[in-house]
Design a binder for this molecule. Structure first.
Ligand code: COA
Length: 256
């Protein structure tokens, strides 16, 4: 039987999307990316939905990254196609959506998972969560906007440290850096996201749409996003990529 990857509901003008690829810690494979796109598109078209909340099932993972197994045999061309597609249908799609999207981070937000949270317009995190961009430990770099959105949120120096060390940070540090808007106990996560949604929904939908567009224009040019795609794909021909991915699959530390 096919896995149920997402679960949705509309309640009091809030469109809920819960990611449910639990056995793989919600790692983003192509089916999940496409399914999330379809869910978001439905909510975008549905005038009863005013704010969208995106979260993961359970308390272990929001999303633990792009699916490493899926791209383990990719070369630069396939890698480039992968990120172009993902960015178009999910990451940029969310960032540019005409309704606010809140990420309720219920567990690990790593790699593509943190990039997904960063593409959302707000991030609320549970106290226990860990976040990071560990791609360099796999012989690649972030490819879903991480090298562009992280410095925009926390500054270039902090982003350099997070991306070049690949270290995970806890929720309190994420709050200090400005990576998340709020940190709350796990049992308060969803009610806090609802409270934020309610504050937003008091305002004019057209103004929210235009404000999102205007704020996004402050992100800088599309040149940076293009360069990220080029550098991401370039990693896939390297010996480091082979060693990084093989080590992940063999559950050992890579030798670079
Ligand atoms: N892609 C594919 N599968 C993944 C995954 C990913 N990004 N993250 C986790 N999984 C899988 C694991 O391979 C494992 O599968 P298995 O049960 O078939 O062996 C399952 O999810 C559970 O993960 P596991 O590593 O056993 O859980 P843990 O509690 O020991 O560790 C993490 C949790 C998040 C620290 C660890 O899973 C991890 O480091 N994941 C990769 C994070 C990453 O590098 N993300 C960036 C990718 S670009």
């Amino acid at each position: 039987m096919e896995e149920v990857l997402t679960w949705i509901e509309i309640q009091d003008n809030i469109g809920w999307i819960k990611i449910n690829r639990k056995k793989k810690l919600n790692a983003l494979n192509r089916s999940l990316i496409d399914e999330l796109h379809d869910r978001l598109l439905d909510f975008q078209k549905d005038t009863s939905v005013r704010v969208i909340i995106l979260t993961g099932n359970g308390d272990k993972a929001f999303v633990a990254g792009a699916d490493v197994v899926e791209f383990s045999h990719f070369g630069p061309l396939e890698a480039s196609a992968l990120v172009q597609h993902g960015n178009q249908v999910l990451f940029d799609f969310i960032a540019q959506l005409n309704k606010p999207v809140i990420a309720a981070i219920n567990g690990y937000a790593l790699g593509g998972g943190l990039e997904l949270a960063m593409a959302c317009h707000f991030r609320i995190a549970s106290q226990h969560v860990k976040m990071g961009l560990p791609e360099v430990s796999l012989g690649i770099i972030p490819g879903y906007g991480g090298t562009q959105r992280l410095p925009a949120l926390i500054g270039k120096g902090n982003a350099m440290e997070m991306i070049l060390t690949g270290d995970m940070i806890d929720a309190e540090k994420a709050l200090r850096l400005g990576l998340v808007n709020q940190v709350v106990p796990q049992e308060k996560l969803l009610e806090t996201a609802i409270a934020l949604a309610e504050r937003i929904m008091k305002n004019a939908p057209n103004s929210l749409k235009n404000a999102i567009k205007a704020i996004n224009a402050a992100d800088g040019s599309s040149k940076g996003f293009r360069e990220e795609g080029i550098q991401f794909a370039d990693c896939f021909g390297s010996h480091d990529f082979e060693e990084g991915i093989t080590a992940f699959l063999e559950k050992r530390k890579p030798k670079f």
